[in-house]
Design a protein. Structure first.
Length: 95
């Protein structure tokens, strides 16, 4: 069975390249975030502070959900994404 011809030649490839570029930016920003978390973790360890700050997580979730809503993003997606980021961050800080 042959594939139907692309009714929009090049448009799909262009959009996919743009999505790939955005994905690369997301990865770069996550790397930057985790580098900052590592620096923060060192300071917390040095100063005897708890790595887990529930108030901070609540503030971040509130802020990103609000910002995401302004950009048409799904609230549940943002909550799930950031809760996963928090979980990995806590695990890395505990090491």
């Amino acid at each position: 069975m042959s594939q139907p011809s692309d009714p929009h030649p090049g448009i799909l490839d262009d959009l996919r390249r743009k999505i790939d570029h955005v994905d690369d930016k997301i990865v770069d920003l996550l790397a930057q975030r985790f580098k900052l978390i590592s620096e923060l973790s060192e300071i917390k360890k040095r100063d005897g502070l708890s790595p887990y700050q529930i108030e901070r997580e609540r503030d971040i979730l509130k802020r990103v959900v609000e910002r995401g809503g302004q950009n048409g993003l799904n609230r549940l997606l943002l909550q799930a994404l950031f809760l996963r980021i928090f979980a990995v961050s806590k695990r890395e800080q505990a090491q």
